[in-house]
Ligand binder design. Structure first.
Ligand code: DO4
Ligand code: MG
Length: 320
């Protein structure tokens, strides 16, 4: 089961629901994912496992609307949206795998910083995106026009509620400019935060359905002209940090009243001779959690629809 956010093609309303076996059922009375992330874990679980997953009328009222019913809607009847909204922010952790440390030592003018943070008690955390800038499966991810060495970063994303409890997981792509970060680590926000830099899978997999988040396979393939141009894999078992500690650091310095998403770092980085190019397709899978398949575009213009999608979720369709 996954928590999804979607626009209903019948009345264009944005709803939150659950997806089971490819069918989407609205959660009665729930207006946003951030509303769900305000609940304690036990309450959220009770709501999702109980009668919460039922039909909702087009006016948002509880009850059968004649189409959704207990079987829900076929995915073709909805436009799936990123499962993050409102005040919920996406953050990311860095240098949590040895591979990430080694690749950054190789690319950086300031090698020491990466070795030190890999070994330090305090993890590296950085802000990645507000909810509205996030793209999802099928939408483009971007490389910057002023970069030149660019990679996807496939990562397990943790979804924390307002209490800092891990309530779910997603697949993330923390798109990165190695050229900009490599020039100077102080350029990290420019290397990491730009239009099309943050992709999240369409559903949140509840934490209680994942048997062992410390042993999930993660894979990446970059497809170019119909061929695999690069591929790699890892497992969260290779992570040098534990997930609750990463979340604990995120909540130490600030409140997250609508919960937070935290990408937990990459263990897959291509060698320096490889860079993404326009027209590539990035395929990511986090086993048991989710998938992402995103075409690569260059610059901010191909992401201009993100602004339009603030008022009309169907504006996203131009990019799919
Ligand atoms: O230190 C820079 C960012 C690292 C990162 O994003 C990662 O390790 O995944
Ligand atoms: Mg990363």
């Amino acid at each position: 089961m996954e928590i999804v956010r979607y626009a209903d093609r019948s009345d264009r309303a944005v709803r939150v629901g659950v997806r089971r076996a490819g069918r989407v059922s609205p959660l009665a009375g729930v207006g946003s994912v951030s509303e769900l992330l305000r609940l304690p874990l036990a309450e959220l679980r009770g709501l999702l496992e109980g009668a919460g997953a039922g039909a909702v009328g087009s006016d948002g009222s509880v009850g059968t609307d004649g189409r959704s019913g207990s079987d829900g809607l076929d995915e073709s009847q909805v436009l799936l949206l990123p499962p993050v909204d409102g005040l919920t922010e996406v953050w990311a952790s860095g240098v949590t795998y040895e591979r990430s440390m080694a690749a950054r030592v190789e690319e950086s003018s300031q090698k020491d910083a990466y070795q030190k943070v890999y070994e330090a008690e305090r993890p590296e955390l950085f802000f990645k995106a507000p909810a509205w800038r996030v793209v999802t499966d099928g939408e483009p991810v971007a490389i910057r026009t002023d970069s030149g060495l660019d990679v996807p970063e496939p990562e397990l994303g943790v979804v924390a509620n307002a209490y800092g409890e891990i309530v779910g997981y997603v697949a993330c792509n923390d798109m990165s400019s190695r050229a900009i970060e490599g020039e100077n680590p102080l350029y990290l926000p420019q290397a990491k935060v730009y239009a099309g830099s943050c992709a999240i899978s369409t559903g949140i997999r509840p934490a209680w359905e994942i048997s062992d988040a410390t042993s999930l396979d993660i894979s990446l393939a970059v497809v170019r002209d119909g061929q695999t141009a690069w591929k790699g894999e890892t497992s969260t078992a290779r992570m040098h940090r534990d997930l609750p500690t990463l979340v604990d650091y995120l909540f130490r310095g600030d409140a997250h009243p609508a919960g937070a998403f935290l990408a937990t770092g990459t263990g897959i980085i291509p060698e320096m001779s490889f860079t993404l190019a326009a027209g590539d397709r990035v395929e990511i899978e986090v086993a048991e959690v989710g998938v992402l398949s995103n075409p690569v575009v260059v610059g901010k213009e191909p992401l201009a629809w993100l602004v339009d999608a603030l008022s009309d979720p169907f504006a996203r369709e131009v990019a799919r």
